[in-house]
Design a protein around this ligand. Structure first.
Ligand SMILES: [Zn+2]
Length: 336
């Protein structure tokens, strides 16, 4: 734990205690209230990539206590303790050469974990994108594909990616794509291209991971215009809670405020609320576990903080994921 102690130096003790509390295991309020939580956003990666991911998160999360050596067994047992009976496992290659290996890793890993639903991935330099997508969907039996254009550093909706869209469209499968947090990543996505793709491939179910944070007004319009558009609120609910806390305290803005894009959040705030009122049946709530903003009990508290009410909470935790699975012909995966 030497590294995390160093990273935590100079932090207010109460901040560190709060971080640690979010990263302790334990049951969630959802479990206590008998709500099913399907987690559409988990990362169990090969050891070297897992260590890299944890190191990267530690850079901007002082006191982040997750070990670089965390194993798949530890992650799965934490998920089970939190009552997660189904989760999507997401991988993405940082360079072309690891693409096939990573997809095979996800196939082999998930074949031994009854709760795990694997997603495949590609790189923009993958020479035959149709072939690799078909291998993932038709041969490995994956549910869909995931891209993280900011970490992978290429445009997700580029024309080069069309062979992947074609296969997903043909099979009516989900395409999970990182969206938003542009200031944090220092990157930008061509959202007009994204909208064009939504219209051109109506069978492909596009899940905007992080819900275009903080462009909730646009997210609302896209939900109302495209039936194949979905949101995943991973990290966005927690960031909106941090925003609310900052606003309530009226403190001079801490460094975190900049990457929260406070002015844009303010402008989009009414639309954040309206998303749930109008479209909770197409809004999922993932976690980025074992990175992100904490264990499931803390992320449940972040959701409950907004007081959306039970019907919306049930949709976010499981109903919308169920709807997505049904749409793709995978309704049988739902836990009974
Ligand atoms: Zn993620």
């Amino acid at each position: 734990m030497k590294r995390s102690q160093q990273a935590g130096e100079g932090e207010a003790p109460e901040t560190q205690a709060a971080v640690l509390d979010r990263w302790m295991g334990g049951k969630t309020g959802a479990q206590k209230e008998g709500m099913e939580w399907i987690d559409p956003h988990v990362h169990i990666l090969p050891p070297r990539r897992m260590a890299g991911l944890v190191r990267w998160v530690r850079k901007f999360t002082p006191g982040f206590p997750v070990s670089e050596e965390i194993t798949p067994e530890e992650i799965v047992s934490a998920l089970r303790e939190s009552g997660i009976r189904l989760f999507f496992n997401l991988v993405f290659p940082l360079w072309e050469e690891e693409t096939e290996e990573l997809n095979r890793f996800n196939r082999d890993l998930c074949s031994g974990i009854p709760e795990a639903v694997p997603f495949g991935s590609l790189h923009i330099e993958t020479p035959n994108k149709e072939k690799e997508t078909r291998r993932c969907i038709e041969e490995y039996g994956f549910l869909g594909m995931k891209l993280h254009p900011y970490a992978q550093r290429f445009p997700a909706f580029d024309d080069d990616m069309r062979p992947m869209f074609e296969v997903l469209n043909e099979h009516r499968r989900p395409f999970l794509v990182h969206t938003g947090f542009d200031v944090f990543y220092g990157m930008y996505m061509d959202l007009q291209k994204m909208e064009r793709v939504l219209g051109e491939y109506p069978g492909m179910q596009v899940v905007a991971v992080h819900a275009l944070f903080p462009r909730f007004r646009l997210a609302h319009r896209l939900l109302s215009e495209y039936d194949n558009f979905w949101l995943d609120m991973t990290n966005s609910i927690s960031c909106m809670r941090i925003y609310e806390d900052l606003k309530a305290k009226g403190d001079p803005r801490p460094p975190v405020a900049e990457s929260l894009e406070v002015e844009d959040v303010e402008e989009n705030y009414p639309w954040f609320r309206r998303l749930f009122e109008d479209f909770s049946h197409r809004i999922l709530y993932g976690t980025d576990f074992p990175v992100g903003f904490g264990y499931h009990h803390a992320l449940w508290e972040d959701l409950r903080y907004f007081g959306f009410g039970e019907a919306i909470e049930r949709d976010l935790l499981g109903g919308a994921a169920h709807n997505l699975l049904e749409r793709c012909g995978f309704g049988h995966l739902m836990p009974r």
